[in-house]
Design a protein around this ligand. Structure first.
Ligand code: IVH
Length: 668
């Protein structure tokens, strides 16, 4: 039997091997062991740690995905503010920047370091005793959200780092998702019938704020570092910082360059703009930084941007193409949106054949016509925009776009409410609306019926199995026919039917949202469901009663009344009730507590007995409201330990402060 010291040593050596393999694979992009070998080492470490859990260290690679989902992100104050950059869009602006630098430095020699401007989000990593202690987002520059658990899943970020000179330090850099990984993530989202992300940057930003590190780990996040701060070692130049980061095995992008004058900066910018598309990640420009830290200090900063650095932004990616046709799409509410069908054109890495035109006002404003040549732009977004018409290329016979009189799908005459910009197809049975309503009903934030994606709904509609969303719960009677259909089979049919059955457990607020009542988003559905407690109460409520609910205005109140005054909708609700969906809140109105009902609470500090969401739910269930900031209107501040500015504000304003014990007494 090995001694505990030997086992400790063994664990340490396995961890070291994994760290080294991660570095070679994720940072150097030059692995020296294959996946199988890597997995075997990892497995050995897992097993060792399972047998000797007391030996698990927070920085063990087995702990990259660990811990419970985060409930609320803590706020972290940045030791040094995280500044942003001022932008320049052409060479002249770079020259102006250079002149300002020259003037302030009064004739001293200076150099620049140029780097790529990654299109991601900035994060700060704080290491203590060579261990990653906290990771935070930029937030407002002064303080950000603590996202340590999520950052640990990024395998190019070392969990332990440092050397004899560096043990306590902060590293900053950019978190991003590579272009092809972004495409894959969206493909998977689509397959699962989930939301499509607009661009890689938003996906990275959304991912780092997910509560569950397991899901974060499944999304390939990358990191490039560009700053290191330390109180231990005096670093004299930015160039040296980058070299230190490389030595400490942090990922540093290879495309950085020391330039001795603004002309060399310009050459670098042009070179990088040329290779931009061939890079595996998105960049939106170049960052130019004065190299000497002493000179950076002389230059200082104005408002939130340093005077020693500037971003040179590349021009948005534009192309010219022809509008082959302008077609209209009809959504679930009947709203009609025009879309331009384009002569396919290659732009920024993909072929584009459609662009959104938003609404008819936009077509009129830009005078966009069928047959026009137009400039289109692709930001980081999936759906490109039409920027402008190239009037010189317009043909003589071109005619202004005419808003269609009838629905392109069902031919019903379109209507336009006076106060809105959209035109609507008023035909409730319009196939496009039917499909849209069912899609909305099953969508992730509504009934979340997995497996019932658009193409499958379409097949079911075509076969007459589905005419509306209430039919979903009768689909089981077609089980045998579905199994026999192409694309289905026993397993996938039963998966869909099980997902449908499971959706019956969704709470009333989700069901209310799924009904697709116009103007009722997720939040409104929540407010209405907790106020009225049941669909019957809501249906029977007069418009004035609905208006009493905080945040609910006349547009919504009227929409609710209109919805329930329609027999078709009442029938749908009745059928859904019979199918067993929830039309009552778990906690009903009767529970209203007069000490809490109508009162405004602010929660602050760390609560010991409750998770924040739970405390919020208790308050809301009892008829109270939770607000994020303290004002004269606040009735109670529930303060946990380490409560900060909100507590002092409450004391200042004389707002009643409750301890957790006081709160418990109040809710009893
Ligand atoms: S330096 C004071 N370097 O651009 C210097 N930022 O507008 C501030 N960014 O928040 C940051 N690549 O998210 C720096 N090589 C790079 C960068 C970079 C991307 C982002 C970063 C920052 C924003 C500034």
């Amino acid at each position: 039997m090995a001694s505990i010291t030997e086992i400790k040593k063994k664990a340490a050596s396995l961890r070291e091997k994994i760290k080294d393999a991660d570095y070679k694979y994720f940072v150097l992009d030059d692995p020296d062991i294959d996946d199988f070998k890597y997995d075997m080492i990892m497995k050995e470490l897992y097993e060792l740690e399972k047998e000797y859990p007391e030996l698990i260290t927070a920085d063990s690679p087995t702990q990259r995905v660990s811990g419970e989902p985060t409930k609320v992100f803590k706020t972290i104050e940045h030791k040094i503010p995280m500044l942003s950059l001022s932008n320049s869009y052409n060479f002249q602006e770079l020259v102006d920047f250079d002149n300002r630098v020259k003037n302030i430095l009064e004739g001293a020699e200076y150099e620049y370091v140029c780097e790529l401007k990654f299109d991601g989000l900035a994060v700060s990593l704080v290491y203590e005793n060579g261990r990653l202690k906290t990771a935070a987002t930029r937030g407002d520059g002064m303080k950000g959200d603590e996202v340590t658990q999520n950052i640990k899943t990024v395998r190019s970020i070392p969990l332990t780092a440092g050397n004899k000179n560096f043990s306590d330090f902060e590293v900053r850099g950019e978190l991003f998702i590579k272009k092809d990984d972004f495409v894959k993530i969206n493909e998977e989202q689509e397959l699962r019938g989930e939301k499509i992300f607009a661009n890689a940057r938003n996906t990275a930003a959304g991912t780092i704020k997910l509560k569950d590190p397991q899901i974060v780990a499944s999304r390939p996040l990358n990191f490039y570092s560009y700053f290191i701060y330390s109180d231990e070692v005096k670093i004299i130049s930015h160039y040296e910082s980058l070299k230190i980061l490389e030595q400490l095995k942090f990922p540093v992008n290879k495309n950085y360059y020391k330039a001795s004058g603004i002309n060399e900066v310009k050459e670098f910018c042009d070179r990088m703009e040329e290779i931009r598309e061939s890079l595996p990640y998105d960049i939106d420009g170049i960052v130019v930084k004065v190299n000497s830290i002493a000179q950076q200090e002389i230059l200082g900063s104005v408002s939130r941007s340093p005077r020693w650095a500037i971003a040179y932004k590349f021009k948005a990616k534009e192309a010219e193409t022809k509008i082959l046709d302008i077609v209209c799409q009809v959504g679930r509410t009947g709203a009609v949106t025009p879309v331009a069908e384009l002569q396919p054109v290659f732009l920024a890495g993909s072929t584009i054949s459609r662009a959104t035109l938003h609404n008819f006002d936009e077509i009129k404003r830009k005078d966009i016509r069928k047959g026009d040549y137009v400039k289109i732009e692709k930001g980081g977004d999936v759906i490109p925009k039409v920027l402008s018409v190239i009037l010189e290329r317009r043909t003589k016979d071109s005619k202004p776009y005419k808003i269609p009189d009838n629905c392109p799908v069902c031919k019903t005459k379109l209507e336009k409410p006076e106060e809105e910009i959209y035109y609507y197809c008023p035909n409730y049975n319009c196939p496009s609306q039917v499909l849209g309503r069912i899609e909305h009903f099953v969508s992730r934030n509504a009934m979340e019926i997995e497996g019932l994606g658009t193409s499958i709904i379409q097949i079911f509609v075509e076969n007459g199995f589905l005419k509306n969303f209430a039919d979903i719960y009768d689909l089981k009677k077609y089980r045998d026919r579905i199994i026999d259909m192409e694309r289905f089979g026993l397993k996938s049919t039963d998966n869909i039917l099980t997902a449908i059955e499971n959706s019956k457990q969704k709470p009333f607020e989700k069901v209310l949202f799924a009904l697709g009542i116009r103007h009722i988003g997720e939040r409104t559905a929540k407010l209405l469901s907790s106020h009225f407690g049941s669909i019957d109460n809501l249906m029977n409520a007069a418009e004035e009663e609905i208006l009493i609910v905080h945040e609910i205005g006349p547009k919504i109140a009227q929409s609710v009344k209109t919805f329930f005054s329609d027999r078709k909708n009442l029938e749908l609700v009745n059928r859904l009730k019979k199918s067993g969906l929830k039309f009552e809140s778990e906690k009903k109105q009767t529970k209203l507590n007069e000490k809490i009902s109508g009162k405004i609470f602010v929660l602050t500090g760390t609560l010991d007995k409750y998770k924040r969401e739970d405390a919020q739910k208790i308050i809301e269930d009892l008829g109270g409201r939770v607000s994020s900031s303290v004002s004269k209107k606040t009735d109670f501040v529930l303060a946990g330990s380490e409560a900060g500015s909100k507590l002092s504000k409450a004391q200042e304003l004389g707002v009643k402060v409750l301890s957790e014990n006081d709160f418990e007494k109040l809710i009893k």
